[in-house]
Design a protein around this ligand. Structure first.
Ligand code: 9MR
Length: 384
């Protein structure tokens, strides 16, 4: 891995400072000047936004949680509030309440919003999946409905969303059936609308908000599963989209790790860089590092080495992003272990985030602080 370059001064140019969109008063709200050790302040020194997924319903009501979101992070992602089932629970009836609340919060706290997600096979409204399953919604109608959804949602948040995860998780994993182009033949959208829908959704999103950064978001796309096949499929597909003039701006590498599998940090960094060299921005969008724990309530690691492996792998994730100048944000998938998706999905596992079940910062938190501080001379990231 190449060394972090040291640089004596870190004065943002006028343009870069404007793009950062972090008012100085907010960026340094937790201390004075350079003594602010919040993740957001440390990240801002290299133009890198540090983010978290947020449960919009908890903002305001839960002070400990809210203070961490406001104080530590310079970008926020709606963990669920912008998904289709949340914004259009009944056909034709939008409910933007929770998502709007998050966007307002972000604005008040000088945070950029990552919009998540416009086309995904999960968390679709039941009126849609039922209609498709019983044949009352034909594929042609489904395409029109998706077009309207993408246009309406992006238009609703026009000028307020920094990056959109436009398309999520449509490539085949090693245990799924890939098409010749690498897409998952069984994905709900690919199955009904074909591969061409991917480019179309980017075009529709771009039309609705030409300034938003449009990302393709997925997991295991930087070699995490021990092969680089999924990376290669995404790389080839996206290069092809760019050649066709499809408005895709970047790749979201989710970054869900598990200490039991290990992690090839060099492969990860090289893959991020390869995307960057295609002229794309990259973002780490859903970082967490899970491990085996005693129970889902306390989430104490059962393997004594996990207390080292967990922060170590987090550190590797962050450093890879720091070393790739096209990497514009590093987002963790949730604030604390008490509200992570991990225990509900992986039996016996947890401890995946930066704060423990009692909202106390863990070693992983201080490790990231340290990584950000030591990287003060890393390349300045291009912030969009
Ligand atoms: O964290 C999200 C959890 O609250 C939801 O129940 C779940 C539904 O599938 O989705 C989780 O977030 C996912 C994200 O939207 C896309 N990448 C994988 C994430 C973890 O499953």
């Amino acid at each position: 891995m190449k060394q972090l370059r040291r640089r004596s001064t870190l004065v943002a140019t006028g343009a870069a400072a404007a793009l950062l969109l972090i008012p100085a008063a907010v960026a340094f709200a937790n201390g004075s000047g350079g003594s602010d050790t919040s993740l957001r302040a440390l990240g801002s020194k290299q133009g890198l936004r540090i983010g978290t997924a947020v449960d919009a319903a908890r903002l305001g009501g839960d002070k400990g949680y809210t203070d961490i979101v406001a104080g530590q992070f310079s970008t926020v992602t709606a963990e669920n509030a912008m998904k289709w089932e949340s914004v259009e629970p009944s056909r034709g009836v939008y409910d933007w309440t929770a998502a709007d609340q998050l966007v307002r919060f972000a604005r008040q706290h000088g945070q950029a919003v990552r919009g998540h997600t416009l086309m995904w096979h999960n968390q679709l409204p039941s009126w849609l999946t039922t209609g498709v399953a019983n044949g009352s919604i034909s594929d042609a109608q489904l395409r029109d409905i998706l077009h309207r959804h993408v246009t309406d949602e992006v238009t609703h948040f026009k000028g307020k969303v920094w990056q959109w995860d436009v398309v999520n998780e449509v490539f085949a994993n090693s245990w799924e059936t890939p098409q010749a182009d690498g897409l998952n033949a069984d994905d709900f959208w690919i199955k009904h609308l074909g591969s061409g829908i991917v480019g179309d959704v980017f075009r529709w999103a771009h039309k609705a908000d030409p300034k938003a950064l449009l990302m393709y978001n997925d997991y295991n796309i930087t070699g995490e599963d021990g092969t680089n096949a999924k990376f290669q499929a995404v790389y080839d597909f996206v290069r092809n989209l760019r050649e066709q003039g499809v408005p895709i701006d970047g790749i979201g590498e989710q970054g869900h790790l598990d200490t039991q599998y290990g992690f090839d940090a060099q492969r990860y960094q090289a893959d991020l860089q390869a995307f960057g060299d295609l002229g794309l921005k990259v973002a780490v969008t859903e970082a967490d590092v899970r491990t085996f724990v005693d129970n889902p309530t306390d989430q104490v690691p059962t393997d004594s080495l996990a207390q080292y492996a967990q922060p170590y792998e987090f550190s590797e994730l962050l450093k890879g992003c720091e070393l790739v100048k096209q990497c514009i944000s590093f987002t963790v998938w949730g604030v604390y272990d008490g509200d992570s998706w991990i225990p509900g999905t992986f039996g016996g596992e947890g401890y995946g985030l930066l704060y423990d079940v009692n909202l106390k910062p863990k070693t992983a938190y201080s490790t990231l602080q340290q990584d950000l501080r030591l990287a003060a001379g890393a390349p300045r990231h291009t912030n969009g």
